[in-house]
Ligand binder design. Structure first.
Ligand SMILES: [Fe+2]
Length: 378
C-alpha cells in the first residue's frame, strides 16, 4: 500500500536557521529568529496579537534540537527552557517568500464610456440590512471602482451610515463632509457652476482619501452632467499605445498643492499609480492642483508631452461615462482610480446639492476581508 507520509528526515541545524524537507521533498530554510518569534505560543489567543517580545532575548535564538514527529516539527532552544511546535502544514505556507493570500486582491475590470447601464447598483437600505450584499457591494468597488447606491435616505445621517459600512469617515482638511453647491465666495472650482475638468480629489494630501461618496440630494438644474472615466481603462490602453509615456508618468513624482488663507498642503505623486503586481491601480490627476513643477526641466521634455497625450486620452469619448445624477443616489468610487468631473450648469435654473465624504481604501479592503472570511477565528 502506498500511503503518503510526511518526510521524516531530521532537520539540519545550521548557525542561523534550520533546513527541513517539506512535502515537495525539497529542503527549505527557516531562520531561527523567525521560528522563535512566530512560535504559536507567542500569540495571545484573545487579542490575536503577538505577546512574545523578541527584544528581550539575551542571545540570538538557536535551536538545540529539532525533530519531526508525525506532522509536527518540535524545536528546543539553546538559551531558553522552551519548546516550539509547528504543524508542518503551517510551515508549508511560508516556504517561499510570498504575500499571504488576500481575498481583497482582486483583478480589476476596466470599463468604458458606454458602461452606465451596467454600473453595479445596490439599494442602500438592503445593503445596510444584509452583510452578504455588503460584501458584494464592496467587491464591485474593488473590481470596477464605481458603483451607485439607490434609495438613499434624504438626510445627512444617510451618508454617514453609508460610509460607515466601509470604515470610519475620513476627514480631509475641508472637514468630515463637503457640500457641493454654488457658493458666493468660492475657494474651490467645485463650488462654482463652472465646468470641472476630470480629476481625482485632494491630490495635495500625502495620502489622498481612497473612497469617495457623493450623495445627490437635489439635481434639477439645467446641465451639470456628471462625467466619470475609469483611470485603469485609460492607463492600460495608454501603456499599450505609448509605453515610454506610460513609464515616465508612472515613475516621476510631481508636486501637487492646495493653498489658501489658512492652509498650504503639498504632496508629490506619480500621475499613474501601480500596485504590488505592477498593474495600474489608479491615477492622481488634477490640473487645478498641479503645482508649478520643480522637476528637472529636461525630464519635462518627455514628461509634459506624455502628460498631455494622457490627459487628451482621458477625455476621449470612448472612456467618458456621462449621465445625470438623480436625487436619492450615491456615487461610491475609488478616488485613486476613477476620475470625475462635471459639465457647467446654470446656477439659477434649479437646485443642485451634493454632499460628500470619504473613507480609506485600506479600510475598504479590511472590511471586505472580514466580511468574506467571517468565522475564520471560530
Ligand atoms: Fe471632485
Amino acid at each position: 500500500m502506498n500511503v503518503m507520509t510526511s518526510p521524516v528526515a531530521a532537520p539540519v541545524l545550521k548557525d542561523t536557521g534550520l533546513e527541513i524537507l517539506l512535502s515537495d521533498g525539497e529542503p527549505h530554510y527557516f531562520n531561527y529568529y523567525w521560528l522563535r518569534d512566530n512560535c504559536p505560543s507567542s500569540f495571545n489567543s484573545a487579542t490575536r496579537e503577538r505577546s512574545f517580545d523578541i527584544f528581550h532575548l539575551d542571545t540570538a535564538p538557536k535551536a538545540k534540537t529539532a525533530e519531526v514527529t508525525g506532522d509536527v516539527l518540535a524545536i528546543t532552544w539553546e538559551s531558553e527552557d522552551h519548546v516550539t511546535r509547528f504543524p508542518l502544514a503551517w510551515l508549508e505556507a511560508y516556504k517561499t517568500p510570498q504575500r499571504r493570500p488576500d481575498p481583497a486582491d482582486l483583478a480589476r475590470e476596466a470599463w468604458y464610456g458606454d458602461h452606465y447601464p451596467d454600473v453595479p447598483r445596490f439599494s442602500q437600505p438592503e445593503v445596510l440590512a444584509d452583510p452578504a450584499l455588503r460584501a458584494r457591494w464592496i467587491e464591485a468597488l474593488l473590481v470596477e471602482g464605481f458603483v451607485i447606491l439607490t434609495d438613499m435616505p434624504n438626510s445627512d445621517e444617510g451618508l454617514t451610515e453609508t460610509a460607515e459600512m466601509i470604515g470610519r469617515v475620513r476627514p480631509t482638511f475641508f472637514g468630515d463632509y463637503f457640500d457641493v453647491r454654488t457658493h458666493i465666495n468660492p475657494t474651490n472650482t467645485a463650488y462654482t457652476a463652472s465646468a470641472l475638468e476630470l480629476h481625482t480629489d485632494t491630490p495635495a494630501e500625502e495620502h489622498a482619501p481612497g473612497v469617495q461618496f457623493l450623495h445627490c440630494r437635489a439635481n434639477t438644474v439645467e446641465g451639470g452632467y456628471s462625467l466619470y472615466a475609469d483611470g485603469v481603462a485609460v492607463a492600460n490602453d495608454f501603456r499599450a499605445r505609448d509605453p515610454e509615456g506610460f513609464k515616465v508618468l508612472a515613475e516621476t513624482k510631481v508636486p501637487f498643492f492646495c493653498e489658501h488663507d489658512t492652509y498650504d498642503m503639498r504632496s508629490r505623486q506619480t500621475i499613474i499609480e501601480l500596485d504590488q503586481h505592477g498593474e495600474v491601480s489608479g491615477l492622481t490627476i488634477s490640473q487645478h492642483m498641479l503645482d508649478i513643477s520643480d522637476v528637472d526641466q529636461e525630464l519635462l521634455d518627455s514628461w509634459y508631452p506624455a502628460f498631455c497625450r494622457f490627459g487628451k486620452m482621458l477625455q476621449e469619448e470612448k472612456y467618458m461615462m456621462t449621465f445625470l445624477m438623480k436625487a436619492g443616489e450615491c456615487m461610491v468610487f475609488d478616488n485613486h482610480r476613477i476620475v470625475h468631473g462635471r459639465a457647467a450648469y446654470t446656477a439659477e435654473s434649479g437646485d443642485r446639492y451634493l454632499r460628500g465624504t470619504y473613507t480609506d481604501r485600506a479600510e475598504m479592503r479590511s472590511t471586505y476581508r472580514a466580511l468574506v472570511s467571517e468565522g475564520r477565528f471560530k
